[in-house]
Design a protein around this ligand. Structure first.
Ligand SMILES: CC(C)(COP(=O)(O)OP(=O)(O)OC[C@H]1O[C@@H](n2cnc3c(N)ncnc32)[C@H](O)[C@@H]1OP(=O)(O)O)[C@@H](O)C(=O)NCCC(=O)NCCS
Length: 208
């Protein structure tokens, strides 16, 4: 484990309106580390999720006056047979490239789970690496009869944390607000989709 992770626990606090320029920057830097257009895509999505009124919680890590970590939690629904159920989705999660590997992402995930847990909803979903999130409390959603909002979200990548409010009947497809579709930010598209499906088929085989 990285020594600096052992030295201090990152301090996570709720975001304020003054953080928004720094949040935009850290999202661009984190997601654009390899592909600047990808960073720009996620950074333009997040203000639109705000504008759509769906943000439920947002936390940051600040070092020397700079936002170096950010996580957003926003609204989604479970399309259950009995009714449409309010739930939450964790995205995006960003750590500035020069601060990665120090436990900031882990602390932000824990803060997002804690924040979502106080909302009274049954579940917090996300699309992401099973290696990263699987060791941080998330399990494959399909295991609980909760379907991804698109078949383009690989089964192993669509994950969930369930809260006490979850009841057995709350099963069905997860629905994301329109803003995610407007930004084409649901699931993946080829060639990334084909690459990850192949990787997951070898690393995270399907559950019976
Ligand atoms: C993923 C991310 C938030 C992790 O932040 P971090 O502050 O470095 O996280 P931590 O220091 O708490 O943990 C580091 C762990 O993340 C893992 N990690 C880093 N990038 C990863 C990736 N793209 N996929 C999976 N795991 C990743 C490291 O291997 C390390 O694993 P370990 O704890 O088993 O050793 C950060 O790498 C990032 O911002 N990446 C770009 C944006 C992104 O991909 N966000 C997540 C989208 S679902």
């Amino acid at each position: 484990m990285n020594q600096s992770r052992l030295d201090s626990q990152p301090e996570v606090r709720p975001a304020t309106p003054d953080d928004h320029v720094g949040i935009d920057r850290v999202i661009r830097d984190a997601f654009g580390a390899e592909d600047p257009s990808e960073g720009g895509k996620v950074a333009t999505l997040w203000p639109d999720v705000h504008a759509s009124g769906h943000v439920l919680a947002e936390s940051v890590v600040v070092r020397d006056g700079r936002v170096v970590g950010h996580v957003g939690v926003s609204r989604c629904w479970i399309d259950a047979r009995r009714s449409l159920v309010d739930a939450a989705v964790l995205s995006p999660l960003s750590t500035a490239p020069d601060y990665q590997g120090q436990g900031i992402g882990t602390a932000l995930v824990a803060a997002a789970v804690a924040a979502a847990g106080t909302l009274g909803g049954p579940a917090l979903f996300l699309e992401g690496s099973p290696a990263f999130y699987g060791s941080r409390g998330f399990v494959r959603s399909s295991k609980h009869g909760l379907e991804a909002p698109s078949p383009r979200a690989p089964d192993a990548a669509f994950q969930v944390v369930l809260f006490d409010a979850f009841e057995e009947w709350m099963r069905g497809r997860v629905v994301y607000p329109e803003v995610w579709w407007r930004h084409d930010a649901v699931g993946l598209r080829d060639p990334d989709l084909a690459f990850l499906e192949d990787l997951f088929a070898r690393t995270f085989p399907p559950i019976d």
